[in-house]
Design a protein around this ligand. Structure first.
Ligand code: CU
Length: 256
């Protein structure tokens, strides 16, 4: 659909189709209902007034109308149940991380008033421990990585989310303070980051390009500027970037 932002995710195509179908069906039904109401008014007006002595109900005429109404309601109920099931399946596909476990790239996304931070676990594949008392953005430790934990030495923390195209991405979503909304219109993703809870997201970027990451919850005075960039690059470009950042992270923590 041309009024939506360009889609860059694998699941986005099916989601856009479902949205177009839903809108088409709802607009079609609304138009049909209005035509029916207008037709009923016109037919009633054109018909001569019935004598007041007429019986209040005539089951031979009303019964077919009731059957038609019942069948229409039944068809509409089936249609909405089918649309609901399709929508739920698409929603669940971006929330279930088990299916391709091991193959997916792990990234942790943390919302902080008013910034998004992205953490990659590094070559060991494990996120290092964090401590709230160590959180200090001015000294370069916005997530509070614990230097005493060996797993944290190779962790990469970035203010830009860089991901390879064509690979499943498993996101763990966190918040350090209030409820933030991780919203990536170009990837058709939206999920709240809630303090004390780990949110899960799964998606596969389909094409290289630049996308915007927003916060969809009014999280404070600086909410309007809580934006970050998402860059989808080729797998080779991603590996080069990751290796350079890993070297830099190890050097920086080694010097501490
Ligand atoms: Cu926010």
């Amino acid at each position: 659909m041309h009024w939506l932002p360009p889609n860059g995710a694998l699941h986005g195509l099916a989601l856009d189709h479902l949205l177009a179908w839903n809108l088409g069906i709802i607009v079609g039904l609304a138009i049909a209902a209005h035509i029916l109401i207008a037709a009923a008014f016109l037919v009633r007006r054109a018909r001569p007034a019935e004598p007041r002595t007429a019986p209040p109900t005539r089951t031979d005429k009303i019964a077919p109308l009731l059957v038609a109404e019942f069948l229409t309601l039944l068809a509409l109920t089936a249609l909405y149940i089918a649309m609901d099931i399709t929508g739920h399946r698409l929603w669940a596909a971006t929330r279930e991380q088990e299916a391709t476990c091991g193959r997916a790239l792990q990234v942790e996304v943390t919302g902080v008033q008013f910034q998004w931070y992205f953490r990659y676990p590094g070559p060991d594949g494990l996120y290092g421990a964090t401590k709230p008392t160590l959180v200090s953005a001015p000294t370069g430790n916005p997530l509070g990585l614990d230097p005493a934990d060996p797993h944290s030495a190779d962790d990469i923390v970035s203010a830009i989310l860089i991901l390879p195209a064509g690979q499943p991405i498993d996101i763990t979503l966190r918040s350090q303070d209030v409820i933030h909304g991780f919203f990536v219109p170009g990837m058709r993703l939206k999920q709240d980051a809630i303090p004390g809870m780990d949110g899960m997201l799964r998606f596969t970027p389909a094409a290289t390009g630049n996308y915007v990451i927003l916060c969809s919850q009014v999280c404070g005075l600086g909410h309007y500027r809580m934006q970050a960039r998402l860059r989808i690059v080729t797998p080779a470009q991603f590996q080069t970037w990751l290796a350079a950042r890993e070297q830099a992270a190890l050097k920086a923590r080694g010097a501490q």
